[in-house]
Design a protein around this ligand. Structure first.
Ligand code: VGL
Ligand code: ZN
Length: 208
């Protein structure tokens, strides 16, 4: 059984938001169309408390996009974004969330960032998604949303290591592309056995 996972399609990742992904909002119609096709639709929501460790503002000696060492390895320092309860953390207003059966919030622990829908960035704190999918008999994930080179990539890689079949719907995702991170993300996903598919092809595969 297959599910659509819509990653972080939130105001702060869209143009005008705090951590805008170029053209991030342009995928919304495609994602809405896909959500109508799938029997199971899941979403993630980046959901940080104020003063989160991943915010450059929490490290006065650093600027946004600096990379620092933390307990679990490298951490990119982001502008404040997706703060719990703010408009920036809301889903894009045109996103149809009606078909969504589960929203996984992530990044709410003050000291740990969380890109992946499965594990926080320490690599060991689970979100519960793998268990949910297994309990519901879902073995195949179609990923879309933002950003290709961070949360979509980490979700895809962890999905593979958890034993799921993973497709990334190429025209329903957009990247930040920080220092070549987008091309590198596609390489890493390819090496891990993540498959790339168009929204048109995904639609055909799941057509009821
Ligand atoms: C994301 C950076 C920080 C993402 C979330 O959704 O890709 N990127 N927090
Ligand atoms: Zn974040």
């Amino acid at each position: 059984m297959q599910a659509l996972l819509i990653v972080d399609l939130q105001n702060d990742f869209c143009p005008g938001g705090a951590l805008a992904v170029p053209n991030g909002d342009t995928i919304v119609p495609t994602v809405n169309d896909l959500a109508d096709q799938f029997d199971h639709v899941l979403q993630t929501q980046d959901w940080h408390p104020p003063g989160h460790q991943s915010f450059a503002s929490s490290h006065p000696e650093h600027d946004p996009m600096d990379v620092i060492e933390v307990d679990y390895g490298e951490q990119v320092l982001w502008p404040d974004h997706c703060v719990q309860g703010t408009e920036g953390a809301d889903f894009h207003p045109d996103l149809n969330t009606t078909p969504t059966e589960l929203v996984i919030r992530k990044g709410f622990r003050p000291e740990i960032d969380s890109y992946s829908a499965f594990y926080e960035n320490d690599g060991e704190t689970p979100t519960g998604l793998a268990g949910y999918l297994r309990d519901r008999g879902i073995d195949t994930l179609y990923l879309c949303g933002l950003a290709t080179d961070f949360c979509v990539k980490w979700s895809a890689l962890d999905g593979r290591s958890e034993g799921f079949d993973v497709y990334v719907i190429e025209d329903a995702t957009r990247g930040i592309d920080q220092d070549g991170s987008l091309a590198q993300a596609w390489d890493e996903m390819n090496d891990a056995g993540v498959q790339v598919i168009s929204s048109a092809a995904a639609r055909d595969v799941v057509a009821r």
